[in-house]
Design a binder for this molecule. Structure first.
Ligand code: AHR
Length: 614
């Protein structure tokens, strides 16, 4: 079929901001520890717990030859780093790191450090099954807790390395660490170079962080130095700044542990290093992602609002301010120039969310009128939750609203016109998460086609980020993903190439064009697709959801919550009583929010016909 595009250079369309296309970093699929954060050892501070993952113990990733036990007592390193290792005289502990083990390059420099208490000599070895990977180091320790360091130069390459520490006398150890010297921009406590470079190569306009579901799920209470702390806390930025040995670790919503070695300072620094606008997300005190709770604890809400004001001070405040001083002590006296922040992520309870969001927004506007506070539209891009959230945002003249959707390639082709009809006088759109469900070229092409629709509507859609950004190939909670990696290498998906193409070639202004045809809107849609978005939409008829054998899963009428929470095309998701759960045993606790524990996996298949005229 001939297809003619007519471009009219005499007309001008929307202006496109340089920040239009960005990235969304969440610590999912081991994107942080074992990923972008360059620390090579796993469970360096012996804080792993079964609350993080049923398979974990405080000695996960460690083996012991001799006597060693993890202790939680008053002799600890500090109140935020609860547990430490008590290593017996003549005993050895060995860390197996992530994946196949420690990867080193020949001639590479690796910085070892440890906090120790007691008079001892530590023999530290970096080796694999074939022997030493570097000359062993000896570290003399004396007295109370102090930090000790040593440097290794790898004499050969290896991918299955281990780090062993042998103690000559009874010694307490904590924060056992091994970092490659060659991090992104050479920063200490820095980022894995190849992964950071892949993000930098995109030239993103902004970095949204640290989540996602990670941000506003779990307990909203904070760290309690007196009693220890709950391990399923929402992401609270103050846990993640200051010296790394004083950061309170946490269970990760995605089923593992987060050391917070990659924390808010490192995120801001990374955004600045790659020339991107930092766009943090703080919890709204209403959960999302399958957890439906809103706190009524006013003091707790006020504390989180104050934390948000303090975050702005941490980013932008003078070095004479409390939090600006901490930023300066961490190495960045100058402001990070924070201009945008988001409150909440995918809340299922729009009224409850909006009531609390408004308090954040009012407090920020009063103190920092130049900082834009971005709101949310719920877990879904259609349905009553979405409609209610949008109405509330619109009525209150909110600046910008975050939308998320994960859908089939067909959906992306058929919905290119989504924003053509958005109200030009309403809030702007931040498309904070989207992906065509798969990492094939056809997915990437459908995203490219869709992005032309975003760009055409750049007067309404101000920011857009594909999601998720990273996946470690042995720990995948969510696919597709933009950049994949293991310990030895990383590779961009086809979707990465599309993002790169758009991000590196952001135009200034849209030149209006017309075409002689549009993609058909009446084709059947088959395959694993994101039900959460469109199956509940009034735009579809004859929706059938089956397992791989064609057995109906919901009957003909599965509208409402049951369908809304049936994530699909996401490998490890499954359905239980209308809630979604992860098939990953480790994360089961985190995700199941209701119903019978006898759940099963579904490979969901969907067939539907788009209603004519919608
Ligand atoms: O991008 C993965 C997840 O998708 C995010 O954590 C969440 O916001 C969305 O449901």
């Amino acid at each position: 079929t001939d297809y003619t595009v007519t471009v009219d250079p005499s007309r001008t369309g929307a202006t496109i901001d340089d920040t239009m296309y960005g990235v969304f970093f969440e610590d999912i699929n081991r994107a942080a520890d074992g990923g972008l954060y360059a620390e090579l050892l796993q469970n360096r501070s012996f804080e792993y717990s079964t609350a993080d993952n049923k398979a974990y113990t405080p000695l996960t990733a460690w083996t012991v030859d001799g006597t060693a036990k993890v202790v939680d007592d008053a002799g600890r390193l500090n109140a935020r780093n609860r547990t430490y290792l008590s290593l017996g005289a003549g005993s050895t502990v060995t860390n197996s790191a992530y994946g196949t083990g420690i990867t080193v390059v020949k001639g590479g420099t690796y910085d070892f450090s440890v906090w120790a208490r007691g008079d001892s000599t530590l023999s530290v070895r970096l080796s694999d099954a074939d022997g030493a990977l570097a000359t062993a180091a000896r570290v003399a320790t004396r007295g109370g807790w102090a930090k000790y360091t040593a440097t290794f130069t790898a004499t050969r390459a290896g991918t299955t390395g281990r780090l062993s520490v042998t103690s000559s006398a009874d010694t307490a150890l904590d924060m056992v660490s091994l970092f490659p010297r060659d991090t992104y921009k050479g920063r200490r406590n820095g980022l894995r170079k190849d992964l950071a470079e892949k993000v930098a190569a995109l030239k993103p306009g902004f970095v949204r962080f640290p989540g996602g579901c990670l941000v506003n799920t779990g307990s909203m209470a904070g760290y309690d130095a007196a009693s220890g702390y709950e391990r399923k806390r929402s992401y609270q930025w103050k846990d993640t700044v200051g010296p790394v040995e004083q950061r309170a670790t946490n269970a990760n919503f995605w089923g593992y542990n987060q050391s917070y070695g990659l924390g808010y300072y490192e995120y801001f620094q990374f955004a600045e290093d790659i020339g991107a606008m930092a766009l943090p997300v703080v919890p709204a005190l209403v959960t999302g992602c399958g957890q439906n709770r809103a706190t009524d604890d006013d003091a707790l809400l006020k504390r989180h609002i104050q934390d948000t004001l303090d975050l702005i001070e941490f980013a932008n405040g003078p070095v004479t301010s409390k939090w600006g001083k901490l930023r300066a002590e961490m190495g960045h006296p100058k402001s990070f120039h924070l201009t945008h922040l988001e409150v909440g992520n995918e809340e299922n309870l729009p009224e409850e969310f909006f009531a609390r969001f408004t308090q954040f927004r009012t407090a920020v506007a009063a103190r920092y009128p130049d900082v834009k506070v971005i709101s949310n539209s719920g877990p879904d891009d259609s349905g009553s939750t979405f409609d209610t959230a949008w109405k509330l945002n619109k009525d209150a003249r909110v600046d910008m609203v975050d939308e998320h959707y994960y859908n089939s390639p067909q959906w992306f082709l058929q919905n290119n016109d989504r924003y053509d009809t958005y109200d030009r006088s309403g809030p702007k759109v931040f498309l904070g998460e989207y992906a065509s469900l798969g990492n094939k070229w056809s997915n990437a092409l459908s995203e490219a086609a869709y992005m032309t629709g975003l760009e055409r509507n750049a007067d309404v859609v101000k920011l857009a980020s594909y999601a998720p950004l990273f996946a470690r190939d042995d720990t995948v909670q969510w696919a597709p993903d933009m950049i994949w990696f293991n310990d030895q290498k990383s590779w961009g998906s086809a979707d990465y190439e599309v993002q790169k193409l758009f991000m590196r070639n952001v135009g200034d202004q849209v030149v209006p064009s017309t075409g002689t045809a549009t993609p058909s809107t009446l084709e059947p849609i088959t395959g694993a697709v994101g039900l959460s978005t469109w199956a509940t939409s009034a735009a579809y008829d004859d929706v059938k959801v089956t397992d791989a054998d064609g057995n109906a899963l919901f009957g003909d009428d599965f509208s409402g919550d049951a369908a809304r929470w049936t994530g699909s095309g996401r490998g490890s998701w499954s359905v239980q009583d209308g809630q979604y759960v992860q098939s990953d045993e480790a994360a089961e606790n985190t995700m199941v929010t209701a119903g019978d524990p006898s759940w099963r996996n579904y490979d969901l298949h969907v067939k539907a016909t788009k209603k004519s005229g919608k």
